[in-house]
Ligand binder design. Sequence first.
Ligand code: TYD
Ligand code: MG
Length: 454
Amino acid sequence: MAKSPSFSCTSCGAVHSKWSGRCDACGAWNTIQEDAPLSTGPSKKTLGGARGAQVALTDLAASEAPPARQASAIAEFDRVLGGGLVPGSAILVGGDPGIGKSTLLLQAAARFAGAGMKTVYISGEEATAQVRLRAGRLGLADAAVRLGSETNLRDILTTLDAERPGLAIIDSIQTMWLDTVDSAPGSVSQVRAAAHELVTHAKSRGTAVILVGHVTKEGQIAGPRVVEHMVDTVLYFEGERGHQFRILRAVKNRFGPADEIGVFEMTGTGLGEVTNPSALFLGDRETPAPGAVVFAGIEGTRPVLCEIQALVAPSPHSQPRRSTVGLDGGRLAMILAVLESRCGIPFAGLDVYLNVAGGLRVGETGADLAVAAALLSAREDVALPPDTVVFGEISLSGALRPVTQTESRLREAAKLGFTSALMPERSKTGPDTGIEARKMPDLPALAGGLFGAG
Ligand code: TYD
Ligand code: MG
């Protein structure tokens, strides 16, 4: 009996038994495609009677030293990797086209090569002359990086086998193809098979492999999510268009903390490191304006201060607008509902716009109180004192819940010249942070006490 076709989503890789217009798993439209069968694969259902070789098992407490990490000397990049590159690891760097992945990895490659690691950069998108041109612009023309321009994975693997580099960068996984798979480069089966070959190569030869993956909206090209589960580390490079800041975020890391971020700035000569992101995100703050609130957040292991801005205006539409940039829209809806039902402050008939300044994306629930304060401040047209930071989680009852790492948030705020902090009542503040802690039991206390609303 012929095997029935299977379908998978090119965005998240979810497998479906039939085609449909929308993927149930990730909600994307027009991303489901029929899978081309892998030409290599099991032909029988069971393994049969043949015996395999016995696998040698070892103890968890091995006597060998853990593999030494290699630092790139780009501190923000090493931080996101969890303290440097682990030999033999497979890393995926995903991001929108044009965000700066090739630039970042060329700079990292040059640094690794400079530190004495044999580094190979294979571009499937640009000719070697174009990569050289870019390297010249970045001031890296003399770096000892070995360049190749190729998309045939069989040739690439043969080359890597001969060269035995410490690090191989494959830009991008969507341009690679295997001659054993009958589908176009960029399709789910090609991307999966190519990533599998490269990850296997990394593990068996001890070469660290960095795969570049473009995030795509259309269904023609498989997105990086398709290979997320195969690699050790998944990094996403993100940033708002029109902002020069770029954030490299670890969403999965087998060798370090996830959620760690590295902050970069795109300049005319490549990406520069931003060692003090709080100062940068608050850098161009104007005089205290209604609707602007400084949120003391935590990104990974590091405190980051940023400004949350709200605008509340009468709506000309029957269905008022709720628009967010850098924050979750669902979370805004929840906070508006709590303000409305627990504090009696209606937002019906009002358009609400919310923005995180500088292009940062805040996913922490600890931003709730800052969002509520920004909304109230905008609605009542009352500015918060300029030297105040805000953090705390709001529960549906309107009560405020303490968040983690209160002390390091306060220390970061003190470092940047803030003198007081609005926070939930049960927050554990340290002995002397130099910040006046203004503790609030619930949201009505904030609305009434600070803004005279509710
Ligand atoms: P690129 O690394 O090619 O993006 P990706 O590989 O993610 O598709 O980056 C392209 C963008 O970066 C392009 O819009 C121009 C900008 N850029 C600079 O601003 N300065 C530079 O020095 C370089 C090399 C690129
Ligand atoms: Mg590129």
